[in-house]
Design a protein around this ligand. Structure first.
Ligand SMILES: *Cc1c(COP(=O)(O)O)cnc(C)c1O
Length: 299
């Protein structure tokens, strides 16, 4: 993973939420060691999703996940995806900003390129760590090893999970130049983190994510996007690579249920539908899926 990303070290956990906890703790320690108290704030974006443990949930910028669970972890603040809003939210108290380059749960929204570049610059200038949550958009999903590569930035911490274990429970927090030595022995840990079975799965996944394979992903994505956009009742196809969202002219839950009945598994994402096909999907399978969706939307 380090070879493919330029990261220096990796901490392994068992899920996305868990490695986000690791990144947030690392950010707080980085800041505390350098500046002392008063700089513990984690800023995340409106519409973000970072997981269901309490710190990750506190950072999640969607109220629909928050019901029942307060009080939340202090110094977790949400902001609009523009640099003025980030500055306002930071108030010189922030140690990190966390983003998903393509927000999954809230509707498959790719962040604006100019904003992400500005944010990276802001973070560098103010020694605020930039964390990319690549739990959903990472591991080849967008046609790059990590989605942030589309944005021409280098983050300080990257978290990933979901696809990395190929179905086995594994999460990874990647540490880059600035953060390489932040966590020492005993600062953080996990009983099952880095267990050999899950890691064997991940080794296989990472080895298979070659340049050639990623180009295939991009080609499949172009094909699927073009066909999807032509289906009657599909609007505003969004996302990058094989991470696709769209609006339907029917209630999304009904569309998803009807598709499932007919053998096509797709997800809802807020008011939109979401397609995250396996990266190994074939053209025949894509055609089959598109035909099912066409049938459901025409019905
Ligand atoms: C799914 C997801 C998580 C949480 O991962 P779990 O493995 O379910 O804990 C965190 N961030 C993003 C962007 C996700 O899509």
């Amino acid at each position: 993973m380090c070879e493919k990303s330029g990261a220096k070290r990796v901490f392994f956990g068992n899920s996305g939420a868990e490695v986000n906890e690791c990144a947030f703790k690392a950010a707080r320690k980085y800041s505390f060691a350098k500046y002392g108290k008063g700089r513990a704030r984690i800023i995340s974006l409106n519409g973000s999703f970072h997981g269901r443990t309490l710190f990750a949930l506190s950072a999640t910028g969607q109220d629909r996940y928050h019901k029942y669970f307060d009080p939340f972890v202090p110094e977790t603040v949400n902001a609009e995806a523009n640099i003025k809003a980030i500055e306002r939210a930071a108030e010189n108290k922030a140690c990190a900003v966390v983003i998903e380059c393509v927000q999954g749960e809230s509707g498959v929204n790719a962040l604006d390129k100019a904003f992400v570049k500005e944010l990276a610059e802001y973070c560098r200038k103010n020694d605020v760590l930039l964390i990319c949550d690549e739990v959903q958009c990472g591991n080849g999903r967008t046609g790059k090893f990590f989605a942030y590569e589309h944005y021409g930035i280098v983050p300080d911490l990257v978290t990933t999970a979901k696809g990395i274990g190929g179905g086995l429970p594994l999460g990874a927090c990647l540490f880059f130049d600035k953060t390489e030595n932040v966590l020492g022995v005993g600062d953080h840990g996990s009983t099952f983190g880095g267990n050999p079975v899950a890691c064997a799965g991940a080794c296989n996944v990472v080895e298979r994510l070659t340049e050639e394979f990623l180009l295939e992903v991009t080609g499949k994505a172009e094909y699927l996007r073009a066909k999807l956009a032509k289906i009657d009742g599909v609007k505003n196809v969004s996302g990058i690579g094989l991470m696709l969202g769209f609006e339907a002219d029917k209630p999304v839950k009904e569309v998803a249920a009807e598709c499932l009945d007919r053998g096509l598994l797709l997800l809802t994402a807020n008011t939109r539908l979401r397609l995250l096909p396996p990266l190994t999907v074939t053209k025949t399978e894509m055609d089959e899926g598109l035909a099912i969706l066409r049938g459901v939307l025409a019905n």
